[in-house]
Design a protein around this ligand. Structure first.
Ligand code: DX5
Ligand code: ZN
Length: 227
């Protein structure tokens, strides 16, 4: 995984057909996505349940780009190796999920993955200060985690700007997760984000039988972000 700050579109398979992950991933990659975002939820840290390590391992061979695994689970440390072995390229854990987030970031890198740090909407940018040299990505949640299709929280744009200034020339991605559309993408891109997760806005109107809308949706978000 090389580092750059170009806009990357990362569809969340939370909005895909759950009976058809392999084909859905092939479709979004053929339609031009950059990363594939996998939302892991535990029914405890967030009020919803999704995928365990065997599912992530099963979809890995279908992902030719970057597998970006977002862990919305607590506790988190004891599952890091399982998601690394399942083939994650990036593992993102939540600041709010553990009292020992520094150790969690160390453990993700020790498992051979890029380390991502996610911040809930109420968590300030400043909590990243002593973690900057141990993270590869900071994920700004622009919804409260747990569900796709929620409304973008505009107060987070200021957080993105603060993070961009804190990061300086360090090779750290700023990822936005939640409510990304062609309307909100330019706001976060201008503030300094480079990885845009989008679930409903990518998958709407398409299917594995009719994947062209996925491409149109990806191009619309990218064009808006780059404008
Ligand atoms: C929210 C997840 C997101 C979500 C994004 O808890 O982390 O990745 O699926 O979905 P949209 O783009 O529909 O807000
Ligand atoms: Zn996510």
């Amino acid at each position: 995984m090389s580092f750059d700050r170009s806009i990357k579109i990362a569809p969340s398979i939370l909005s895909a057909d759950f009976a058809n992950f392999g084909q859905e991933i092939q479709c979004i990659e053929a339609q031009g996505c950059d990363w594939v975002h996998v939302d892991v939820m535990d029914g405890h840290f967030v009020p919803n349940l999704t995928f365990g390590p065997p599912l992530v391992a099963a979809i890995r061979p279908h992902v030719k780009t970057v597998m970006d695994v977002h862990l919305m689970i607590s506790p988190v440390d004891q599952y890091i190796d399982a998601y690394a072995q399942a083939g994650a390229d990036v593992i993102t854990a939540h600041y709010e999920a553990t009292p020992h987030i520094h150790r969690t970031m160390q453990a993700i890198r020790a498992a051979g993955c890029k380390a991502g740090l996610a911040l809930n909407p109420a968590t300030p940018a400043e909590v990243c200060e002593y973690l900057l040299d141990m993270v590869d990505l900071i994920c700004v949640m622009t919804v409260n985690p747990g569900f796709g299709g929620q409304k973008f929280i505009h107060s987070q744009i200021d957080k993105v700007k603060r993070l961009r200034a804190m990061i300086g020339d360090r090779p750290i991605h700023i990822e936005i997760d939640g409510g990304v559309t062609p309307e909100t993408a330019p706001l976060v891109a201008a503030a300094g984000a480079d990885v845009l997760v989008a679930g409903s806005a990518v998958f709407k109107g398409g299917s594995v039988q009719k994947p062209a809308p996925y491409g149109e949706n990806i191009r619309a978000i990218r064009a808006a972000a780059q404008a």
